[in-house]
Design a protein around this ligand. Structure first.
Ligand code: KIV
Length: 301
């Protein structure tokens, strides 16, 4: 496995990196954008090898990797560590760090300082933050610092309680229009792209058609400019309840469980390790060692 050594981050893109401007061009060409979450270096590398365009280090890590019940407990330190790992593995895709709850809500200054940490200390190419309204100024401030921002509206898990739980958003004409207005405002604030989560497909289609920046859907239908799925959902690694919009492309959790059971049985039956898994030593050295052991061994009482 080849993992690149950590290089602190480019405000200038690294060679081989997908240019940010290419995303808008993909939208113009109607070429779907592929985004997937990842939380470690092998994940970043595999997403890169599979041809993903964008890798999101989602705060979904709080649930998928850290075992919390929601995304809210994710901290800056945890997200920085995970982002560093992903940027070591992903070369071509743009790596987007998800700003955790509490890292951008308080003020423009704090939001910008934390966004800078993701770029400078963890090698992120861009950041994502949830919400519109008061968050528009955060977006402007971070973009003014030279950091690309991805917006996120619809079901925004960090504020799920305010939204009445993990449920689809924009299902009335009034709420759908509010989403469209938020989308336009985020584009005007400088977002380079926008996640639409759990939004009726026709609403997402209209929003996507109205914006020049690409939309990335999750539970928002096929007419978004790109799609994102969470690593653990896509690969069948997450054991909790998954949303309606999840498609499992593999059952890696099952494969891991079976492998671990076989390993445990092999250890218990002394079938592992085999000869080929062990190290030999020269015969004469072994003989000397064994003579020394028996000369120094005390008889057992
Ligand atoms: O945290 C995350 O993984 C996300 C995606 C679901 C878009 O925000």
């Amino acid at each position: 496995m080849s993992i690149r050594p950590y290089k602190p981050a480019p405000a200038t893109p690294a060679p081989g990196k997908l240019p940010l401007t290419e995303l808008a061009e993909m939208k113009v060409r109607s070429q779907p954008i592929v985004m997937v979450t990842a939380y470690d270096a092998p994940g970043g590398r595999l997403a890169d090898r599979a041809g993903a365009d964008l890798v999101l280090v989602g705060d979904s890590a709080a649930m998928t990797v850290l075992g919390h019940e929601s995304t809210v407990p994710a901290t800056m330190d945890e997200m920085l560590m995970l982002t560093r790992a992903v940027t070591r593995g992903a070369e071509r895709p743009l790596v987007i760090a998800d700003m955790p709850f509490g890292s951008f809500q308080v003020s423009d200054e704090e939001a910008t300082r934390n966004a800078i940490r993701f770029v400078k200390e963890a090698g992120a190419d861009a950041v994502k933050l949830e919400g519109a309204g008061p968050m528009l100024d955060r977006v402007k401030s971070i973009v003014a610092a030279g950091i690309p921002v991805m917006g996120h509206i619809g079901l925004t898990p960090q504020s799920a309680t305010m939204l009445g739980g993990f449920r689809a958003q924009g299902r009335s004409a009034e709420k759908a229009l509010a989403l469209l207005s938020d989308a336009r405002a985020l584009e005007a604030a400088g977002c380079f792209s926008l996640v639409l989560e759990a939004v009726p497909a026709p609403v997402a289609r209209h929003i996507s058609a109205q914006l020049a920046i690409p939309t990335i859907g999750i539970g928002a239908g096929v007419d978004c400019d790109g799609q994102v799925l969470v690593w653990h959902d896509l690969l069948g690694l997450y054991e909790g309840r998954t949303a309606r919009f999840v498609k499992r492309y593999a059952e890696i959790g099952e494969t891991i469980r079976e492998a671990l059971e076989t390993y445990a049985a092999d250890v218990r039956e002394r079938r592992f390790p085999e000869e080929k898994h062990t190290y030999a030593m020269p015969e004469d050295e072994l003989a000397v060692f064994e003579r020394a052991v028996s000369a120094s061994s005390r008889p057992r009482e």
